[in-house]
Design a protein around this ligand. Structure first.
Ligand SMILES: Nc1ncnc2c1ncn2[C@@H]1O[C@H](COP(=O)(O)OP(=O)(O)O)[C@@H](O)[C@H]1O
Ligand SMILES: [Mg+2]
Length: 385
């Protein structure tokens, strides 16, 4: 790939009140850099429209002492990624795509250096962990009521204790995503084999029936060992459904030009026929939350439920950021609504996937830059933070 030197255009020189935004990712031997290229190209294009220099930079290429760094930009007219020299960023949007990458020692070291670097503000430094999310939200009275009963799945007694209180449990790896490793347990006391264990598979799910807690635990621990992650066990929420298919809500919360959390949009995700989760790659589909909720609760109650959902999202986003003690610019959230209209928090993600709803998508791209402008104004006033 050729390297072209960045030459500050007259506009760019005049515009030193504009941030320089780097999308941070990790190096890749074959592809130069990892991550969702279509997403990165959309971000660069949005930056261009807003007059903000935006590029992709890798952990190794982001030299903190040099005034210029080597980065990548996308040229739509050539349909090509090209390497260029850019001014050092003052805003770093972390989009390292995988937890495995984030765990590498050189990556951890660099992230720590960037976060301490005067003149650079980074946001979304880390992936979340489902157990910590639960603790953070449980520890605050304003968010506790949205949290299903949740325990760390350390032994059979935890499982037995929860099953006394709830007939359905979700077992989830603390660092999972896209439904990988999720199990459900349902108790049907009247049956000869009262414990029904379902394990999420590539498509659909596998079912086991167990006669005793001991045999159930055996299956659960056997499977969780293949995933190799600690698990949480969580009260299953009786999600509202359409045509017998449960659905949940996926929301995007982002900071705006004033540095305040705002709701960018909410979509509904309806579960595939044979899936225990609502992920689109597992046969789920997207739909309009207002339409679905109105079909279930009627217009008036649906509006109330949606208003509660929106309030919950902002409370939760603020509390997660406060408790994580780390700067966040955005997060996506999975929320459930039960058949009584109560709102439940299922999980949040600090590396949101692209939303397929075009209005949410457009707004989400712009807000990244609105927030960058906000951060940049702060940098210039105080030199740091
Ligand atoms: N406690 C729960 N009650 C009901 N459904 C749940 C619960 N937890 C998860 N789910 C379902 O499983 C899906 C995946 O769970 P989630 O916690 O988002 O894990 P992942 O990180 O794999 O996306 C959710 O979107 C929801 O449909
Ligand atoms: Mg999820």
């Amino acid at each position: 790939m050729r390297i072209k030197a960045y030459r500050a255009s007259p506009v760019a020189r005049l515009a030193d009140d504009r941030p320089v935004v780097a999308i941070l990712t990790v190096d890749d031997e074959i592809q130069s850099f990892r991550g969702n290229r279509a997403n990165f190209a959309d971000l660069i294009q949005t930056g261009r429209e807003l007059g903000v220099t935006t590029y992709v930079v890798t952990i190794n290429d982001l030299k903190l002492k040099s005034p210029e760094v080597v980065g990548y930009t996308y040229r739509p007219e050539e349909e090509a990624w090209v390497q260029e020299k850019f001014p050092r960023p003052n805003i770093v949007y972390n989009r390292i795509p995988l937890r495995e990458d984030e765990r590498q020692p050189n990556v951890k070291r660099k992230l720590a250096l960037i976060s301490r670097q005067p003149g650079i503000k980074m946001f979304n430094r880390r992936f979340f962990n489902k157990w910590l999310l639960f603790r953070w939200l449980y520890n605050n009275p304003s968010t506790r009521r949205f949290i299903p009963d949740t325990k760390k799945l350390t032994d059979v007694f935890v499982l037995a204790g929860l099953l006394k209180r709830h007939r359905l449990l979700y077992l989830k790896p603390v660092r999972g995503k896209a439904g990988v490793g999720i199990m459900t347990v349902k108790v049907q006391p009247e049956k000869h084999l009262p414990y029904r264990l379902q394990i999420q598979e590539e498509r659909g799910s596998r079912t086991y029936r167990c006669s005793t807690m001991r045999s159930l635990w055996h299956r659960v621990s056997e499977y969780s060992e293949t995933i190799g992650e600690p698990y949480i066990a969580q009260q299953g929420i009786a999600l509202v459904s359409v045509d017998d298919r449960p659905f949940d809500l996926r929301a995007l919360a982002q900071k705006n030009q004033a540095g305040k959390w705002e709701l960018t949009g909410i979509g509904a995700r309806v579960a595939g026929n044979t899936s225990i989760t609502t992920h689109v790659p597992r046969g789920g589909n997207i739909d309009d939350p207002e339409k679905l909720l109105t079909g279930i609760f009627g217009a008036e109650k649906a509006q109330q439920v949606l208003a509660n959902v929106k309030r919950a999202i902002l409370l939760i986003a603020r509390q997660i950021e406060r408790a994580s003690r780390s700067r966040l610019g955005e997060m996506s959230m999975d929320l459930g609504v039960d058949t009584n209209g109560n709102v439940w928090f299922l999980e949040a993600n600090s590396k949101p996937m692209k939303f397929d709803e075009t209005d949410i998508r457009q707004k989400s791209l712009q807000r990244i830059f609105h927030y960058s402008f906000f951060l940049h104004r702060g940098t210039k006033q105080t030199g740091r933070r």
